[in-house]
Design a protein. Sequence first.
Lengths: 477, 483
Amino acid sequence: MEWETVIGLEIHAQLATQSKIFSGAPTAYGAEPNTQACAIDLGMPGVLPVLNEKAVHMAVTFGMAIEARIAPYSVFARKNYFYPDLPKGYQISQMELPIVGAGHLDIDVDGITKRIGITRAHLEEDAGKSVHENFHGLTGIDLNRAGTPLLEIVSEPDMRSAKEAVAYMRKLHELVRYLGVCDGNMQEGSFRCDANVSIRPKGQTEFGTRAEIKNINSFKFVEKAINYEIERQIELLENDSKVIQETRLYDSVKDETRSMRSKEEANDYRYFPDPDLLPVSIDENFKAQIKATLPELPDTKKQRFKTAYNLDDETATILSSSRQLADYFETVVKLSGCEAKLCANWITGDLSAALNKAGLEITDSPVSDIRLAGLLARISDNTISGKIAKQVFEALWQSSSVADDIIAEKGLKQITDTGAIETIIDKIIAENVGQVEQYRSGKDKVFAFFVGQVMKEMQGKANPAEVNKMLKTKLQG
Amino acid sequence: MHTKTLTELAQGLRTGEFSSIELTQAFLKRIKQHNHLNAYITVTEELALQNAKDADLRLSNDKADLLTGIPIAQKDIFCTLNIKTSCGSKMLDNFIAPYNATVVEKLNQAGAVMLGKLNMDEFAMGSSNETSHFGAVKNPWNINMVPGGSSGGSAVAVSAGLAVCATGTDTGGSIRQPAALCGITGLKPTYGRVSRYGMIAYASSLDQGGPMARNAEDTAILLQAMAGFDEKDSTSVNIPVPNYCSGLNNSLDGLKIGLPKEFFGEGLNNDVAVILETAINEYRKLGAEIIEISMPTLKLAIPAYYVIAPAECSANLSRFDGVRYGYRCNNPIDLTDLYTRSRGEGFGKEVKRRILMGTYALSAGYYDAYYLKAQKIRRLISQDFKNSFTKVDVIMGPVTPTTAFGIGDKMDDPIEMYLSDIYTIAINLAGLPAMSIPAGFVDGMPVGIQIIGNYFAEDRLLNIAHQYQHVTDWHQHTPKGFE
């Protein structure tokens, strides 16, 4: 039988606020355990939550970017369950009236654009974490993360393959970073995913029974976990067995999912509106303010890069994939005055390669946009050749000098003086009589040998076009 | 000195008749002397004397507030920095609060001297102060009787002269009912008027801190210091606090007093009814017009309250899990055992009863029938009050159906106990301000009357109470042996 996969994702994006969602404690990652938890985060008796306006701002920003309905009135609810890393015995979340309603996100898979529905996005607080190492049979609790703001983004079950799911997740990841609402750091858990996976016979409209795979924190694992899950479910159904509704965990070491708890074991969370917090009212004015500061979104930017800079789809996609990269590119174009394509090639080529090798992000690039622009300007005005430029780029990467100083200091300026070039060409021709014979008898390939010899003699500084032209004339004799 | 009013004492401190140290020592002595009433859970003698010393300095510098140097006490529901804050529970018997509640902070700033922390029903759940882990509090008018609850320790401390005034909290009547049963004046402010930050939550949408004192004027002074917007409490209301003392002497001429007929039906003790009638006559003489009204939703208040309050408490008390602070059972074998035994052993019977009721009311499949329905009733009750306030300025009625009952009498019958708040609970559901003031005695036991006002009409309530106290002396009676 042919099976169709149905996938919906719930993404938890940690909002990039300075302080927690209901307290003034800092959210920075990696501090000593329990040093970033105040009385409110610790769930001390008598403390009360106060909503961080910045978190609301970020949620609304996100909602507007996915063209969602922003709830004029949304409500925080208590989700009740006991766990040692949940200090109050309930998590403040949103249930019936989330802040962000239905929206959508377009993904591109194999050249086809597909619209994925987003059901809702709601604000909630994160829990702390249990620490099992070094406690000799006991469990330690670190509440630094408790109260960190999260935006839970719930998709419609619109994805039909692991590939689509990953494309959606990447697109969302790109978007939240674009908007500056989440740092997207998956290793630190700032962006994590629960996947709901089910299968059904192709053509059937009803959904199959789904399994939920919890807390997957990389694109690679999402793809692997979903693919494993699809295989597992097909295996079950093709052997007259059943998929049971349950929560599963993905084990990346064994590359498999395994049961965590069944539906019967699921908690009754007893949601009810949190009486400590007023409903959140969002008026048109607040929305208008956010709209005015909304950055250009990736899709729009990509289109603009294609038309305004005449870039191909692939290059435009890469350059618009992060706001910082896109800004870098546009600054280089503007400051260098070079053709956009040259800039794009350098950024997606040499610069990206160097950054990848060093494991750096564009924001940490040792070669700033201004310094790269300075280099490219010298290519474009023929001061140096493309080949020499690579040498200068190396030097830019290693030092803090500007391209002009490096070129001057190392004497890399291109030689366009035809007299100087001619002298060298004559010398090379005189020294290589045999090769001249070969060339004249029709072996065109030897031409490259002459170019190479001339360039070597001139330490690469000769203008290649000039060398080519003059060599041709001389050799033809 | 202990029978003097706050105003008189403030005067004495200024004229140098006595110092705050002397005043504080006198009260500390009385607390020791009348220890058997069990009004205090913790007496902070050292701190009180330090406070008094600071207050005397402040008084000599002419930078004093009306409360500066006045010995007061805090209900043990308010968190007090570095001082045990037990909430009347074994669960928090070992809990030293790491911060001050906003109310505590404000009273500290006013220069009040804190004598200690007052006994109360466990987590404010009770109407008799018998559910306290620290034992029942005794009514000074008759030590075999309950003082009411949950702010029983506060009412007794004021009534017996063990503090000039005290803070209380009122979720369903916990200021007004003990005030009535102990013959003092108590005010439950409009929901949001006094910050709840640092006040250990029982039912967050109903809880409200307020003043308890010997008379309306003292109550006004204490409320003045307690009230106000607090950015740490999202439910506190950001509107200016009026001067509660300036209008105390306003005339009541033309005041429209509504009497809901539902307050005067079956269940109300005849002698109490007579006292009410007398008091209302007094108001007639003061120029008020009496109008009978009907509020048919009042009878729904108790069932609605006993869904909403337990529902909220079931979540509010989840943090007491034996993990971070408070009581923890010995040698838990695993996590479930830690939770089950810490909570099972740490909470008393009434608290457990309410947690269970609330958990049940919020459970899947019951939520709509209980919680949502109770919320609808709550809106109807608020609407009923709103309608009434288009016809009358204030509403009056009884505070309690009877005078104080005997210690132990109702402990085995929760429903009977819940009914003792029948006249006070609706006010919390609507979030309105209300007062209880002494209006007479039945068989030597005090009776109070209740004055209910519109939102933020605390100043009017205090004015109405003060005018009554101007022409009566019920508030000046002192229990025998405590003169």
